[in-house]
Design a protein around this ligand. Structure first.
Ligand code: ARG
Length: 576
């Protein structure tokens, strides 16, 4: 274990348990502004054991358990213990991080099979910024969960089935495949959908064709399925272009659209019936999940089958849970889906619990997120008032980054600048999204996200690039300093080292609530600590062995920066 705070907890556990009559009692170790750490646990323990917390704190100090760890221990206030770590102790712990490819992050003790449901755009409909959020948050959760050792299935639950496909297929036939494909795979999905919809409204014969087509689709008519597949492929081409530009892990192998659950719904519904969970209501079939009420306080039904006998979105999500639990053996399912679907998902989960498809310790979690807003504080729209075309947004991010790098670093060769602009533009966009608490809305603001100062993607990438440039200037390979001992003499060195050693806890905290913004905050603090160190501690100008020690600390910082940005799906260029 290389996190000094965690080491403190471990060292304190036995004495806390002893005083507590053999039962564990949390030492409650926290970061502190006054010292390096604060132990708060004597207060709760004192209360429980009927002892004076200050005396108890003193007893813990006098016991000598922290003798090798702390250079200073002070009992303060009602019974806190302020801890100043001994440099020698921190140096030993830091040396462990240096030699560790995982930078101190342990593998999860109980590795799980995790399904992450994310991205999930709808076929022949524009992918909106909400899908962007889901894609970016989901991608980073996948990377983190895999890194800590879980087995992750990525599932892209695209909306590729349902009534609109009747009119969409007929519209495809009217246009001809070539014309349709030009629009759809280029991202004019809204146009296609709107045209189909307009025809459906205006033309009686088209309506009839559309209805007949839905029936054919639902009865798996082969010619209809061929057309349907073409439509899905065209949309997927577009989605894949967006994913490529974004640099996320999703591929065609991760597609698990609504259509895949159609054949399972009948069986799942039958199991609900056998358990006596469904009820006829106004001709439809419904389940009443426990604890859900409408505005009048009456039980809220979840419709599983419509009056016309069609299964619903909710039914396909039920089938989906069953499939994930029973076929994939999921222990944990994360649904990275916008907040508006909270009620839908909670009802689905509750019905699954009632049917015993979702039983402890298997868990389903709605990893919800807020909206992306325009400068006017309303849902983000393009200038024409349509939803924003995502490829355009991504291209604009890269163009803007390119322009600002050209200005800041005019000496960079054009070819190199292309790749860097890609990393910086996309990184800025992702970081802006990930760094706000996901449950909140945020305002999309080009200037803010692309700024080189503040809590932004470019600032963090720049911190990394700056370290790389120190080594370039000194013509030293970064790997060449990794055997050198790091001496923590200056307060800024110590603060930076402690931050580096806090990386495992930062990942833990992030995954405790599936909140990537916590990791973002950590990376920002790391970059800020480096910046203070860089200001206060000369590196190349100092004498040996301090020079090499500081280079080694800088190299380790860059490794953690690159790695943590990587977990956020952000590339860290060596030069900017
Ligand atoms: N396609 C849906 C939408 O765009 C999101 C699907 C989310 N996943 C799920 N299992 N329901 O709103």
């Amino acid at each position: 274990m290389s996190d000094p705070l965690a080491t403190l907890s471990t060292l304190l556990a036995p004495i806390f348990a002893e005083i507590n009559g053999g039962e564990p009692s949390d030492p409650t170790v926290r970061p502190s502004d006054r010292a390096d750490a604060q132990i708060n646990g004597a207060l709760a323990l004192g209360k429980r054991a009927g002892l004076n917390p200050r005396e108890l704190a003193q007893q813990i100090v006098d016991s000598g358990v922290l003798a090798n760890v702390a250079s200073e221990l002070e009992v303060a206030g009602p019974g806190f213990i302020n801890v100043t770590f001994a440099a020698a102790f921190l140096q030993v712990q830091l040396a462990e991080v240096v030699t560790d490819d995982r930078l101190g992050v342990a593998q999860a003790v109980n590795a799980k099979r995790v399904v992450i449901d994310y991205s999930a755009p709808n076929v022949a409909k524009e992918m909106h910024v909400g899908h962007l959020r889901s894609t970016v948050i989901g991608d980073s959760l996948v990377r983190m969960m895999e890194f800590v050792g879980h087995t992750v299935s990525r599932e892209n639950h695209i909306g590729d089935w349902g009534r609109p496909f009747g009119m969409l297929i007929e519209h495809l036939l009217d246009l001809g495949e070539d014309v349709a494909s030009e629009g759809l795979s280029q991202g004019d999905l809204d146009g296609f959908y709107k045209e189909a919809n307009a025809k459906f409204k205006d033309s009686e014969p088209f309506q009839e064709r559309a209805r007949a087509r839905v029936v054919l689709l639902q009865s798996n008519d082969e010619d209809t399925l061929v057309l349907w597949r073409r439509l899905v492929e065209m949309s997927n081409d577009y989605f894949n272009r967006v994913y490529n530009k974004l640099g996320v892990l999703l591929t065609d192998d991760d597609l698990a659209g609504e259509s895949q659950y159609q054949s399972l719904m009948k069986g799942v519904h039958q199991r609900l019936e056998e358990q006596g969970l469904v009820i006829e209501s106004d001709g439809a079939t419904v389940v009443f999940p426990a604890g859900f009420k409408n505005r009048d306080g009456d039980p809220l039904p979840m419709i599983t089958k419509s009056k016309t006998g069609a299964f619903m979105y909710a039914t396909s999500d039920l089938a989906c849970v069953v499939d994930r639990v029973e076929r994939l053996g999921a222990d944990l399912m994360l649904y990275v889906v916008g907040t508006p679907q909270a009620n839908h998902l909670q009802m689905v989960f509750e019905v699954c619990r009632m049917a015993s498809w979702l039983t402890e310790p298997t868990q389903a979690v709605h990893v919800n997120f807020g909206s992306v807003l325009g400068a006017d504080g309303k849902m983000m729209r393009s200038r024409a008032g349509d939803s924003v075309k995502l490829v355009d947004l991504l291209d604009e991010a890269v163009e803007r980054a390119d322009a600002s790098i050209a200005e800041k670093n005019p000496n960079m060769a054009a070819e190199e600048r292309g790749a860097v602009a890609q990393a910086v533009g996309i990184g800025a966009l992702k970081y802006a999204d990930l760094s706000t608490d996901r449950i909140k809305d945020y305002v999309f603001d080009w200037d803010r996200m692309l700024a080189f100062e503040g809590n932004t993607g470019p600032y963090l990438q720049y911190a990394h690039a700056r370290i790389c440039s120190i080594f370039r200037r000194a013509t030293i390979e970064r790997s060449a300093v990794r055997d050198a001992p790091i001496v923590l003499g200056h307060a800024a060195e110590k603060a930076l080292a402690m931050r580096i050693m806090g990386y495992p806890s930062a990942i833990d905290n992030t995954l405790d609530s599936y909140s990537p913004h916590k990791l973002c905050t950590y990376v920002y603090e790391l970059a800020s600590d480096f910046s203070s160190f860089y200001q206060e501690c000369p590196i190349l100008k100092s004498d040996e062995p301090m020079r090499t020690s500081r280079l080694a600390l800088a190299d380790l910082t860059a490794r953690v920066l690159e790695h943590s940005l990587g977990l956020l799906g952000i590339v860290a260029p060596e030069e900017m």
